[in-house]
Design a protein around this ligand. Structure first.
Ligand code: TYD
Length: 198
């Protein structure tokens, strides 16, 4: 089973991804947790490149997809083959939201590159942690973030909701304005409905 967490910076997705991972391990599942971009030696190098430089949208898109391709090929697929539950902190919907809607790259192009990078293997379930822009900004205050630009972040936030609306079979929108514990219980509830004993 492949599970991804999505949301704007400050939505709390990394915390929830980690909590779920720890919960699954305690419950006796074989699971792994990866961040995209990253989690292989090469993908971490690409991550550094992306986060430390300004670049045109297309170059950035290719770098994100290269990092993802490597992660999928060398971590995700082998793990799934072993029967593990794989949890991803960000995945394809980040690229659609940030590069597609945010940086206005043609959505068809983004979709094709996403498809190539993941070899067609979409997540079985994606949690979109939805917060107001103000909440996210408060949470990331003081922390390093690439996107100080409010308009950009607003565009990405709205894009995520649109993407969720268009992928109702896969993406579950979770209200992440509430407490960390409440968000986590909601994640577990959704997974139980999917038949997972957690
Ligand atoms: P991330 O490590 O998740 O940062 P944060 O903890 O702030 O959420 O992601 C790094 C940044 O890269 C984040 O601002 C979102 C951006 N990003 C894209 O623009 N496109 C992508 O495809 C991905 C995966 C991330």
């Amino acid at each position: 089973m492949l599970i991804s967490f999505e949301g704007i910076d400050g939505s709390g997705k990394s915390t929830q991804a980690r909590r779920l991972y720890e919960h699954l391990i305690k419950a006796g599942y074989n699971a792994s947790l990866y961040r995209d971009p990253g989690s292989t030696e090469l993908a971490e190098k690409i991550r550094e490149l992306i986060l430390s430089s300004q670049m045109d949208a297309t170059t950035e898109l290719f770098l994100f997809e290269s990092a993802r391709s490597h992660l999928v090929w060398y971590r995700v697929f082998p793990d799934l083959k072993e029967g593990k539950i794989v949890i991803l902190d960000r995945f394809i919907d980040s690229t659609t939201a940030y590069q597609g809607y945010g940086r206005e790259i043609n959505l068809g192009t983004v979709s094709i590159l996403n498809h190539i990078a993941i070899r067609g293997k979409k997540p079985d379930i994606t949690f979109l942690l939805n917060v107001k822009l103000e909440t996210a900004l408060n949470r990331i205050k003081g922390k390093r973030t690439r996107f100080e630009d409010l308009d950009y972040l607003r565009k990405v936030r709205d894009a995520y909701l649109l993407i969720a609306h268009e992928n109702k079979d896969r993406i579950v929108v979770i209200d992440a304005e509430v407490s960390e514990e409440e968000v986590f219980q909601e994640v577990l509830r959704v997974l139980r409905n999917k038949g997972l004993r957690v």
